[in-house]
Design a protein. Sequence first.
Length: 464
Amino acid sequence: MRSLVLLLFVTGTLPMAFMRPIIGLLLWMMFSYLNPHRETWGFAVDFPWVVLVAVATLLALLAQPNQRRAPPMKPVVVLMLAFLGWITLSTFQAAEPAGAVARYEQFLKMMVMTLVTLMLVIDRQRLEWVIWTIVASFGFWGFKGGLFTLATGGNYHVMGPESSFFTDNNIFALIMCMTLPLMRYVQLHAERRWVRLGMWVLMALTAVSVIGTYSRGGLLALAITATMLIWKSRRRAMLILVAPIGALALASFMPPQYFARMDTIDQYQQDESAQGRIQSWKFATNVALAHPVLGGGMEVWSSHSMWEQYGPEGAVPGRAIHSIFFEVLGEQGFVGLGLFVALLLAGYLSLGHIRRRARAGPVQAQWLADLASMMQASLVGYGAAGALLPTPYIDLLYQMLALVAVMQVLLSTYAHHSDTVVAEPSTGKRPERTRSRRRSRTPEGTSPRPARPARSGGSRLPDW
């Protein structure tokens, strides 16, 4: 029955993508993030829904040129393309060719859809559709995982959907931490009271689901993400009140084995998992020192011969490199690591620039300041958890970085409209432009002075 419902849904919505390609992009994100087919039985479980929707979206993109634009060549986009190019080069000389090519194909498909995002998300409405799709998709699993933890008394581990990129409990915790700030953005700008209250419940259950993964890296990322949420968010008084109360209530709820698991953070010398991580970092470093330019290529960690040559004494061959930074170092060399770190920094710093300019700009741009703040919290959560996890090539990261470039374009549009000079019909004089410049010097954290209404005959700011 579930398979039939899913088939009917796709049959009804996919033709709409040929008229509006943005629908195809949202449908692709739904299948990539929500994984609804993993909740069905029969033919729908293994049917290539993602490929089908991606091909339909690309065809619609070619057929509807009026609904797209060229990808904006912002620094974050240039760095993404450079990183993709570098991975292409390293794949040609990979130590494990079969595994590297398969992994590269996945990454290339993901980057193609990232470019599609840059071409199709051209206004605030489409951007918020994307944010809502991310929140609803991952929020479903956060809601389900939180309820499961509460219903079972925290005695079982929470996992992601089967055969997805976040099936692993550690990666599931990372994704939930990245999604939490986006939930907060939706809550800040929701017009209906029931949506705002629902987002409180969803954020609480998502945080519980992170605890329920038993992931030590996830617990660290959750603490850092919560701190960033309080620091970056407007109306933070409620967060300051709720966070410690929720933490204490959850601490009294979780079983003893959870705290026994978390206590191993201070005893990493005796913990086999922690020692395995350290061995994989040493392996990656040795590979990079031997191949400093292009590294060992994707999936180099799966090569037993490479482990025998570069692994530390006593290491178990074939262990994944549990760190975004060390994995990129071992697979792409020092240049690839430099591009990857520069990409993350460019995304974070660009969001900070958007946040400051939006707060000092016109009233219509204020939502960009909130979104930029929350996305900064997401990137920090990714960096905190990713430092202990093998997740440098996940979909959500590059989609969010693409949205940074989209936000920069929208902010420039707002600034252009606010600085437009309109001649007065009676005298032909140009109105003063100093008001918008004075607003640009408004101290961060204060509300800009509202602009005066346009005089009769003048242009009117678009209704965004």
